[in-house]
Design a protein around this ligand. Structure first.
Ligand SMILES: *[C@@H]1O[C@H](CO)[C@@H](O)[C@H](O)[C@H]1NC(C)=O
Length: 385
């Protein structure tokens, strides 16, 4: 009996697998971000995240746990004792790093390292969370530096701390135990103090404490005076210099031999592309079956369009045929089983029948053609026969 059940189970599994290929149902679309590895943070960033998470825990538990005491004074007393209790610390630590989805592993790692410092801090002044960051991340774990300090020893960033790197960059390692304090300039700026424009940018504004660099026109190569295509030092490939208009786009598609016979040419600013014609075309001047110069073999002109001379066999029909073949196979198998073991045979027979009815119904509700059309599908009629 056990082996019989086993066999039936195998058949069911088998049916389920066949089912998957039947109606051509699309597999679920996997969210690609689930598969990409999680990002990592710098040590100091992770420490900051941990401190933020701890502060959120303080807020979460600020209202106390014991609400609704017998009397107001009693509730007050309980609240006070909870406020600085071991219990509250445990409540905070239970929820720590939970909300930091992407970085929770890193955050937990910091939480572990910070545990002993957190405990001694908790014993002293749990109300003042303002300096928790410097207490944990700067002073004890030594992962961060105060603002505008960098490197292992937290050296002050060179220059005017109100206008570091001319306001157009940041001191390398600012606020962390990393970096060498030199300027890392924003895009468009260069120089030791980020006070010059990079190649491809021009000075668009300057006063005593601020300068702005803006990008040259896209047609320019090797710098410019101002932002238009007339101000270029030279033109990029794909552009041609005109004494009145500056750097102008070349329409590469003017050359009719630019692309092959089965492609059409598409000009774009500074470039062009050769794009394959529709399969119904033999040569075209654009995309789609209505843009053909001539129709391809097996296609002929109907109005604007090139249409196939004979419609291709409907792939859905082939699928339906293969499904019926499977039904027949299943019924034959049932017929073979029936004489050997009547009970097993009839069980499998019933299952096959259920399966076929289920499969057809499934196909129909998914909008595929089944044995019967959904419109005139009559369940009662099925039982009458
Ligand atoms: C500082 O670090 C940057 C990048 O890490 C490097 O390119 C630069 O040469 C360093 N400067 C000095 C003075 O060490």
């Amino acid at each position: 009996m056990a082996s019989n059940i086993n066999c039936v189970l195998k058949i069911i599994t088998c049916l389920l697998f066949i089912r998957a290929g039947f109606c051509n149902i699309q597999p679920p679309i996997v969210n690609p971000s689930v598969l990409t590895p999680s990002k990592t943070l710098g040590e100091c960033q992770a420490c900051k995240l941990f401190v933020e998470s701890f502060k959120k825990g303080l807020e979460r538990t600020a209202r106390g746990k014991y609400e609704g005491g017998d009397a107001a004074w009693e509730e007050e007393k309980l609240k006070k004792s909870y406020k600085r209790s071991e219990m509250r610390l445990i409540d905070i630590q239970d929820g720590i790093c939970k909300e930091e989805k992407d970085y929770s592993i890193q955050c937990h790692h910091i939480a572990e390292k910070a545990e002993e410092y957190i405990e001694s801090w908790w014993a002293q002044n749990p109300d003042e969370s303002d300096d928790l960051f410097s207490y944990i991340c700067v002073d004890n774990l030594k992962m961060c530096c105060p603002k505008h300090h960098f490197g292992k020893e937290c050296t002050p960033c060179p220059g005017d701390h109100n206008n570091l790197c001319s306001g157009n960059g940041k001191c390398r390692g600012d606020g962390t135990r990393k970096g060498n304090g030199t300027c890392l300039c924003d895009a468009g700026y260069t120089g030791e103090n980020c006070d010059q424009c990079s190649v491809g940018y021009y000075l668009s504004y300057k006063d005593d404490n601020k300068m702005l660099c803006s990008p040259c026109h896209r047609a320019c190569m090797g710098g410019c005076r101002q932002g238009t295509q007339k101000d270029c030092a030279a033109c990029k490939p794909g552009f041609i210099f005109d004494s009145d208009e500056g750097c102008l786009d070349i329409n590469e598609c003017d050359d009719i031999n630019r692309c092959t016979k089965d492609q059409f040419c598409l000009n774009s600013i500074g470039s062009f592309a050769c794009i394959p014609c529709d399969k119904s075309c033999s040569g075209c001047h654009g995309d789609g079956p209505d843009m053909c110069r001539k129709c391809a073999k097996g296609y002929s002109k109907k109005g604007e369009f090139c249409v196939g001379d004979r419609e291709d066999e409907d792939p859905m029909e082939a699928m339906t045929a293969s499904r019926y073949m499977t039904y027949i196979g299943l019924l034959i198998a049932t017929g073979i089983l029936m004489p050997k073991s009547t009970s097993l045979g009839s069980l499998v027979g019933a299952m096959v029948l259920t399966y076929i009815v289920g499969a057809e119904y499934y196909c129909m509700i998914n909008g595929h053609e089944g044995l019967v059309k959904l419109k005139d599908f009559d369940l009662a009629q099925l039982f009458r026969t």
